[in-house]
Each structure stands twice: as structure tokens, then as C-alpha cells.
Design a protein around this ligand. Structure first.
Ligand SMILES: *Cc1c(COP(=O)(O)O)cnc(C)c1O
Length: 229
């Protein structure tokens, strides 16, 4: 078995373990293989194993891979998105996880309306308050959420966060608990009234803890594809 498939098996079995530990339903947790900087050949190997959800950070890379890889892949845009590039990916992505400003949300909405479509989006929250990271803060999320959910062309489905890089995933548990409680709060206040919501949280260093705390999407790159140089 190739190293890639070995890695994948290990990640999947770790996720299964966390599903049990956190008393989660298997069908509520989706693994997104984060394939930025990795070749279409590597992606195809993971695809052939059965994975259909892939995460990309860069518009040009996403477009190039979209062209050459199977059309039933669900591409997740997880990186910071510039408004002038929305038009290149809007009809290629399954979901945009990284909506981090009202301005970006409005521009996505405009482009979607132009094409007579709606785009599934998550609002990015910088729960750990890291200065280098994009996203709303825990305290300004509510006012921004209210405004964005009313933008035509956008279908707000939940929240996303990138927790700090840590050696021990346990150290990020607090941030996953917080992201979930922000979403529960919006629901309880009647600001979110769809049937279910999606939380996108957990990366190589902390996906197991994230699954235990309610992640619906985990975004795992390094643990599957190896390190990026
Ligand atoms: C790169 C990236 C990931 C994957 O990170 P790994 O540590 O390689 O698993 C997940 N989410 C976002 C937003 C990323 O940019």
C-alpha cells in the first residue's frame, strides 16, 4: 500500500475513534483532504480511494486542478479569498469556508446573483484572537452574521475556524467548544433558523479533538499528503 493510502487509513481510523469518543454520528463528520501545493496525481490517488471532498487555498491552483480532475469532486475553498478572484471559482466550489468580511460576502452575493445561483458559505471566526489570522471575532460575529445571512446569493451554513498551531491538540479544545457555542447561541437567538449547521474545524494537529467537540468538516492536509515545502 502506498504511503498516501496508509496515511489516509490512519486519519480515517483516528476520526472514527473520535466519533465514538465524542458520541457523534458518523454521517455528520466529513473529512476534507487539504491538497494545496500537492499534485493532481496525488489527489487522484486519494480520490480513487474514495475521498470526494478536497480543500484548496489558492484560486489559481484550484482552477487548474478543477480542469484536470473528476467533476464529482467537491472543492472547498478554505483560504483567504480576494474579491477580484471570486468570479474564477464561484461555479467550481461546493462551499466557501473563508468568508471573513462583509465586503467579501457582498461581492460573492453579487457574483452569485449575476449567475442566478446561491453559494454555500461559512463565516470564518478567529476564536483564538490571533493577530495574523483573518476572520470575525467572537464579539463582532453576531452583528456580521445578521447582515450576511440577508445577502442574496449567499447561503450561510455555519462557521469555520483555524485554531493555532499546537503540538498537542488538547490545547485547542477550548476554541472548538467556543465555535460551537457561538453557533448554538445564534440558533437560540433565532438568527439561524435552518435545520442544521456546519462547523468546519480541526487540522492535522487537532482534528481528533475537533471531531469530539462537534466538527462537521475537518480539514486535514499534512497528515494525509505529508509536509508542504
Ligand atoms: C493548510 C490548511 C489546512 C490543513 O492544514 P494541515 O495542518 O496541513 O492539516 C486546514 N485549513 C486551512 C484553512 C489551511 O490553510
Amino acid at each position: 500500500m502506498s504511503e498516501l493510502i496508509n496515511n489516509l487509513n490512519e486519519v480515517i481510523s483516528n476520526i472514527d475513534e473520535s466519533i465514538k469518543k465524542g458520541d457523534r454520528n458518523k454521517e455528520d463528520v466529513t473529512l476534507i483532504a487539504v491538497s494545496k501545493k500537492k499534485s493532481p496525481e496525488m489527489i487522484k490517488e486519494v480520490y480513487d480511494f474514495g475521498i470526494r471532498d478536497f480543500g484548496e487555498n489558492y484560486v489559481q491552483e484550484l482552477c487548474e486542478k478543477y480542469e484536470v480532475l473528476p467533476k464529482d469532486i467537491k472543492w472547498h475553498m478554505i483560504g483567504h479569498l480576494q474579491t477580484n478572484k471570486i468570479k474564477y471559482i464561484i461555479d467550481k466550489v461546493y462551499m466557501i469556508h473563508s468568508v471573513d468580511s462583509i465586503h467579501l460576502a457582498k461581492e460573492i452575493g453579487k457574483e452569485a446573483v449575476k449567475r442566478n445561483m446561491t453559494v454555500k458559505c461559512l463565516l470564518e471566526v478567529n476564536v483564538a484572537g490571533e493577530e495574523t489570522k483573518f476572520g470575525f471575532t467572537s464579539s463582532n460575529l453576531e452583528e456580521n452574521f445578521k447582515e450576511i445571512k440577508n445577502i442574496e446569493g449567499i447561503d450561510v451554513c455555519g462557521l469555520m475556524t483555524s485554531a493555532p498551531y499546537v503540538e498537542n491538540g488538547e490545547d485547542n479544545r477550548q476554541y472548538f467548544v467556543e465555535l460551537k457555542s457561538l453557533m448554538v447561541d445564534l440558533t437560540n437567538k433565532g438568527l439561524y433558523n435552518k435545520d442544521g449547521f456546519f462547523l468546519s474545524m480541526g487540522m492535522t494537529c487537532d482534528y481528533q479533538v475537533a471531531v469530539e467537540e462537534g466538527a462537521n468538516f475537518v480539514r486535514v492536509g499534512t497528515a494525509i499528503f505529508g509536509s508542504r515545502i
